[in-house]
Design a protein around this ligand. Structure first.
Ligand SMILES: CC(=O)SCCNC(=O)CCNC(=O)[C@H](O)C(C)(C)COP(=O)(O)OP(=O)(O)OC[C@H]1O[C@@H](n2cnc3c(N)ncnc32)[C@H](O)[C@@H]1OP(=O)(O)O
Ligand SMILES: CC(=O)C(=O)O
Length: 897
């Protein structure tokens, strides 16, 4: 992490930095002095170019500057202290071969690059030295040298200030992310060619006359922040950035002012697009813009993306549910494909979400081997060996961390498949992309590596030799060094002698700093002789040898830290994967939020005695019931009792996983009265349950009633869930639309999250005119269609009521049938039914053992490249793996009570 980026102003002068001018002015030959002055200013110009680019580019990285003032010893160029980034220096060197005054100018362009691949040129900085008659006739005086040096210092400080005042800095620098946009830069050895659009502004930051010409720093920036999306976005077709910038520059004023296209907003809209088309507001973005009163409002971008395009995945299908999880990852920047190779800043930002900028050789190898991993997106398991097994080292670490016990299926073995696309915040990353890019763009940058350790941007040092030997190379870095060599920062190792003495990091840092300090003798006019230089270097070598133990210590710390960090990352990744890929979890991303509903017990809210039993009822889900079990004459009483009970229960520990409340249906006309009364309670139920939802229009009414009576805060309580009942032929046939509407209401309007759907078999039978029977064949089609629809949307499916309270065998049989068809639970009406149902929906011990063994066997075969294999006489492939994981997780969750 760069903790060292404050700018402070020291007191150095030209002489301190370059050494005194010679020959002395007393004996000066005017021509020689003129010549010397020119040379000297040329050095200033080159150094200034480097420094100003560093300052401006770093200011666009959204990192805080925090360098302590080093007065009075500072020998920082132009009295400005900052920490150089090697990557920027490398890019400057790569992009320009000569500096002013040899080159007419140097310019730096900045661009905003959206996740959709569009580019908006934002500003350009130009440093030039232009001679004219006045400067050509200027005579150089020795005092001019020092004056100019200090003036350049002021110019650099002005540049730093200006860099923080442009629209780009104010509006965009802090908001960069993989989901929205990032800022790129490009260095040119000529005037910039980019088009900053209508009403762009230009200013001269400073102009200093000198014997070699007017030294000038200029800034031009865009004021109209619009992207014309009628222009083809840059993609693979662009080989060089030049092409991209030309395409952008082709924007015509007219096309920028298209009317009728929806607007999106920099911080809201673009991220909407990246999340999911279906996450766009139901109402048109034009008619419902983000809150203009917000202090965070960003400038408007123009987009030609239309609602109709979004609608394709908006609606009724499984895509709608899936899109939420898939889209953000799919839409992340794929830099190696999208970003031209000479946009190094993009690389720096890449690592903030891929984890690594440049892969180590062995990582590269692992990634190329895992191309055909079932994880089709972007993450792989980096601490596995080449056959996909976890390395001994990782296993060892997991043992150290006692993490085996936390895993659902014992020790980590070969889990090539258990990786979560996109969850690559530590050392888990997609290297396939960066590898290609890295090889193509071999540059001095290869000497350094940067990666993320512990979720933060850190620098790494690449040790060529240890890389070949498959050693650990990722190192935490935190320093203010100004070169490619970064000094690591680790806590002292307890008990170690070096720890008491300031710690390995301090010692190593001091050593490297002393070795890298600017040599005392440095003058362009007096070359350093070999007699002085060689002994000097030899002394440095000896110094290093004496500190061998410091390096050894450092390497040991690096290895240990990396090993532990990585192990944690893997375990986290496995759990995340599980919760996202197992249908049992019904679309709930976080396993901890999964609510088991093996049995759902109705408690009529009109019955005070029954209500009093609720805290001790061990049904997974208890439903305070206002609907069918409550007589019309008792509705008011039931509502009042339910509201009171909600507040009373809030002081008690309930045995159930969920306390819900079933209101009356829309068609009953009683819903609003229910909601009005219940909202008098201070505590909401954990789930609102609404029967007889026959259409999306019913949902709109439900939403409206809740919104009117509950107010904005309560209705968007993200912890409150929604459960609905499907109880008619019409509703059954319209289930996809009903379910997707409910999910969209949550996504777009923040309404309670639909989590489960219940089949109201008695009302369904009444609706279709069927006669209820003990064998239940009259509901065969409905139950099977129902369960398929629920699962298509990753929702829990709750089976019908078994009304014969005394017939335990029949209840068990029907429960067993429902479970085997895919239902996740069953409604119960009497406490005596709860245990039977919950037991039936709990996998038996031998099944759990089967599932656990299957998962292990699957891992083993997966690592050997076998998708299907034989296990206990059965053909096993991926769907069976998912079934096994379903079982394991249900057991895990239920036994956590
Ligand atoms: C098709 C549909 O719509 S289903 C949904 C609507 N239906 C319902 O909500 C019905 C819920 N169930 C009930 O109301 C009752 O179980 C009934 C009316 C069916 C039977 O009730 P009872 O005749 O009291 O049954 P029973 O005498 O066996 O009850 C035994 C005990 O369990 C209690 N009990 C029974 N059902 C419940 C219940 N659902 N919740 C809490 N406690 C209950 C009784 O209060 C009684 O307690 P006690 O021993 O302290 O007196
Ligand atoms: C439970 C319910 O409402 C029904 O079966 O109709």
């Amino acid at each position: 992490m760069r903790t060292n980026s404050t700018t402070s102003f020291g007191s150095s002068s030209a002489d301190e930095v370059l050494g005194p001018m010679s020959p002395s002015s007393a004996t000066v030959d005017m021509n020689a002095l003129q010549q010397q002055g020119r040379k000297r200013i040329a050095v200033y110009a080159k150094t200034f170019t480097m420094r100003f680019i560093q300052c401006v580019v770093q200011s666009r990285m959204n990192e805080k500057f925090d360098l302590p003032c080093m007065l009075p010893q500072s020998r920082d160029w132009f009295n400005v202290r900052y920490s150089e980034m090697g990557e920027i220096t490398a890019q400057v060197k790569k992009s320009i071969s000569s500096y002013p005054p040899d080159a007419p100018c140097v310019s730096v362009d900045f661009f905003l690059y959206t996740h959709e691949g569009e580019i908006l040129p934002l500003e350009t900085w130009t440093f030039s030295i232009e001679s004219d008659e006045a400067t050509e006739s200027m005579a150089f005086h020795k005092e001019d040298d020092s004056t100019l040096y200090h003036q350049l210092g002021t110019l650099l400080k002005s540049c730093i200030c200006a860099a923080r005042m442009t629209p780009m800095h104010r509006n965009y620098v802090k908001k960069q992310s993989a989901e929205t946009f990032i800022i790129l830069y490009k260095v040119n050895s000529s005037e910039s060619q980019i088009d900053l659009g209508q009403d762009s502004k230009e200013m001269v930051i400073g102009s200093l006359p000198s014997v070699i010409g007017n030294i000038r720093l200029r800034l031009a920036y865009r004021t109209k922040m619009q992207i014309d999306r009628t222009i083809t976005p840059p993609g693979n077709q662009y080989d060089s950035f030049q092409q991209v910038s030309i395409a952008s520059a082709g924007t015509t004023p007219d096309s920028r002012h298209n009317v009728g296209t929806p607007m999106s907003f920099c911080d809201d809209g673009i991220s909407h697009f990246s999340v999911s088309p279906s996450s766009l507001p139901i109402t048109s973005p034009v008619s419902s813009p983000p809150d203009f009163g917000s202090p965070y409002r960003s400038p408007v971008f123009k987009t030609s993306r239309s609602r109709s395009a979004s609608a394709t995945s908006d609606g009724d299908s499984i895509c709608s549910a899936d899109a939420v999880s898939a889209s953000p990852r799919q839409n992340k920047f794929f830099h190696s494909q999208m970003i031209p190779s000479n946009m190094p800043f993009a690389n720096l930002l890449t690592m903030s979400y891929t984890g690594t900028l440049y892969p180590l050789k062995e990582e590269k190898k692992e990634f190329s081997q895992s191309d055909d991993s079932p994880c089709d997106n972007d993450v792989n398991n980096c601490n596995m060996n080449n056959s996909g097994n976890y390395t001994d080292e990782l296993k060892e670490t997991l043992k150290d961390l006692s993490l085996h016990d936390d895993l659902p299926f014992g020790p980590l073995e070969t889990r090539n498949d258990l990786c979560e696309p996109g969850e690559s915040k530590k050392t888990l990353f997609n290297l396939n992309e960066v590898v290609g890019e890295r090889e193509e763009n071999s540059s001095p940058v290869e000497m350094s590596q940067r990666t993320i350790v512990g979720g933060e941007m850190e620098n790494t040092v690449k040790d060529e030799e240890s890389t070949q030997n498959n050693e650990e190379n990722v190192i935490n870095i935190s320093d203010d060094e100004d070169s490619f060599v970064k000094i690591p920062s680790f806590g002292p190792i307890a008990g170690d002698a070096t720890a008491e003495n300031g710690g390995v990091d301090t010692q190593l840092g001091e050593l490297l700093a002393s070795c890298k300090a600017m040599p005392e003798i440095l003058s362009f006019s007096e070359p350093i002789s070999a007699d002085v230089l060689i002994p000097n270097i030899m002394t440095h070598f000896e110094e290093f040898s004496r500190h061998q133990c410091v390096f050894d210590q450092f390497v040991a710390e690096v290895r240990e830290t990396h090993r532990k960090e990585f192990a944690r990352g893997v375990v986290q990744m496995r759990w995340t994967w599980l919760s996202r890929n197992v249908s049992q979890f019904a679309g709930v991303r976080d396993a901890a939020k999964y609510v088991p509903r093996r049995s759902l017990l109705y408690v009529p809210a009109s019955n005070e005695k029954m209500l009093a039993k609720v805290p001790r009822i061990q049904a997974d889900c208890v439903v305070l019931e206002l609907e069918d079990s409550v007589a019309m004459t008792a509705k008011t009483k039931a509502r009042q009792q339910a509201a009171k009970a909600l507040d009373t229960y809030s002081n008690e520990r309930l045995e159930c996983f969920e306390l819900g409340l079933r209101v009356n249906s829309v068609s009953s006309g009683l819903l609003e009265d229910d909601v009005k009364e219940i909202c008098k309670a201070e505590h909401l139920p954990q789930a609102f349950m609404v029967p007889k939802v026959d259409s999306p229009e019913d949902l709109a009414t439900i939403f409206d009633i809740f919104r009117t009576n509950y107010g904005a805060t309560r209705i968007t309580d993200t912890n409150t869930r929604l459960v609905i009942w499907i109880e008619s032929a019409r509703a059954l046939l319209d289930m996809p639309r009903i379910l997707s509407s409910a999910l969209n209401l949550h996504r777009n309007s923040g309404f309670f999250k639909l989590d489960a759907v219940v089949f109201g078999s008695d009302d369904y039978c009444a609706d279709i005119g069927a006669t209820r029977s003990s064998h239940g064949t009259e509901n065969l089609f409905a139950r099977q269609k129902f369960v398929a629809c629920c699962k298509a949307f990753q929702l829990q499916a709750i089976d019908s009521v078994y009304i014969d309270i005394k017939d335990t065998d029949g209840l068990r049989r029907q429960s067993d049938e429902g479970r085997s068809w895919g239902f996740t639970g069953k409604q119960t009406i009497h406490p005596s039914q709860v245990a039977v149902v919950q037991e039936t929906f709990m996998p038996p011990g031998e099944k759990v053992e089967w599932a656990t063994e299957l998962v292990h066997a699957y891992s083993q075969h997966e690592s050997e490249g076998k998708g299907a294999f034989q296990f206990r006489g059965q053909m096993i492939d991926r769907p069976l793996l998912l079934q096994a994981l379903n079982l394991i997780q249900l057991v895990e969750r239920v036994s956590s009570r």
